[in-house]
Design a protein. Structure first.
Lengths: 244, 244
DNA sequence: CGATTGTTTGAGGAATATCAATATGTGTGG
DNA sequence: CCACACATATTGATATTCCTCAAACAATCG
């Protein structure tokens, strides 16, 4: 599982996830200056928040173990889950604009994080253009991810949505050199349903249909992908809208 | 109409839309340096692209007249419209991360733009921290907007979606000191439908229903809002999901 | 003015939500 | 370590929303 993989050393320079994280693209000297500022190995229990929507930006967090969800809450209390994040992902970039968090980040299982105090990072930013570029790049990636999600919610059927999220998780496993054919679903079904704009029962049924077609094998905690082509077909055009 | 309003002078320092645009928050000296770099008053015809997904970032564009849509295209050619933009809005920020446009910007009607060549802006960025902050802020706002849209697509019924987009457009009129109760719908219904993840027929029916309830008056080109409370109620919880 | 494009309206059907019941898992205290 | 209570997941039956297809209507452009 992504969750239980312990791929991380104390310091960035020895961290197996550095290529996904903030240090990527920095030289060893710059990494040294960065890692002197971070507080590694903070453990977070399932259900606890790293930060809450509206909080002033105090720190970024690099996930070293476990999984998190981010969500925004409407004025009416309507919740929309924006994304799921796993070891190697960086949380808190959402607050870069006005130094206030625009979403809430909650652990979906026990895990550990590195804390990167914002003051210190901000200082480093003025000194290290490469770090500034890296941060910009990560922020830009966040925008791209949200756009993909908009496309998923706007244009795809329930089968297309489920196929898409499975392939997305799978690809993120591959980026971590983990088995991409076994996709853990550590979040609750309600969270997944909320993220995909559908209901838990529908998720259940779609997974059931995929399983009976031999596309995958589904249990409560994970999905094993068998027929990649079929799944990609569902994710691609598995929609009521090939036209318009 | 937003579209036909000609609120703009040649230069930023005299531009009625400066408070929405890049110059906001800069002092007069900084604005002078910025406006010396821009090419104002470029006219764009309906249907033409300012930039295309995949293009290297050459310039930002400030809309001075008219309206634009941005869209991303899937590998399968699936199109999702990401947003609509009007006079005072800045286009091209999507490319800040890797200096490549992630979406296509198309004029939905004839209009004019100011061109801000990226090289020049990039130079200014190293010299003007306030401009850097401003750009960051605008990028962050783009993220927030997309998150709202995710909530709309993920959680709201068709009536909720239509109500939401009308109130959004209305609010943007208010920010420009225009009559916020008369919302022009200059884009085609298909574009609006695509943006909202629904079909043109459904848009039509929802507007019809709203009209017959006295909430608004709808013509092909614009909507006049009468009952704000009702519309807000639809936009807020006008959804199949108050729970979960 | 005709051709084309865009919008509205109607009837029917498919996808997915809702409600209800069952089954499976998970944690806690004895 | 077991048993019970509670949370979560699946399955089934029904209802509703929204899409699909078809046609009429209105606007726009040459």
């Amino acid at each position: 599982m992504i969750a239980s993989a312990r791929l991380v050393q104390q310091a960035c320079s020895q961290c197996a996830l550095a290529h996904l994280c903030l240090p990527y693209g920095l030289d060893s000297d710059e990494i040294a200056r960065l890692e002197s500022q971070i507080i590694p190995d903070i453990s977070i229990k399932a259900g606890h928040d790293l930060f809450v929507q509206g909080d002033p930006l105090a720190a970024f967090y690099a996930i070293t173990e476990g999984g998190f969800k981010t969500a925004v809450f409407d004025t009416d209390g309507l919740e929309q889950i924006m994304g799921f994040y796993f070891a190697g992902d960086l949380l808190g970039l959402d607050a870069l604009g006005d130094e206030t968090h625009r979403c809430t980040a909650t652990a979906i299982e026990n895990g550990t994080v590195c804390r990167l105090p914002f003051d210190q990072i901000d200082n480093l930013l003025t000194q290290l253009p490469s770090l500034r570029r890296r941060l910009m790049r990560l922020m830009s990636r966040a925008l791209t991810d949200e756009e993909h999600q908009l496309l998923t919610l706007g244009r795809k059927s329930s089968e297309g949505r489920v196929a898409t999220v499975l392939l997305d998780f799978s690809q993120r496993l591959a980026m971590r050199n983990l088995d991409s054919s076994i996709v853990p679903l550590n979040m609750k079904r309600t969270d997944l349903a909320n993220y995909l704009g559908m209901r838990v029962e529908t998720i259940s049924r779609v997974l059931g249909r995929f399983q009976s077609k031999g596309i995958l094998n589904s249990t409560r905690k994970e999905v094993e992908i068998h027929d990649w082509l079929a799944l990609r077909a569902y994710a691609g055009s598995g929609a009521w809208v090939a036209d318009q």
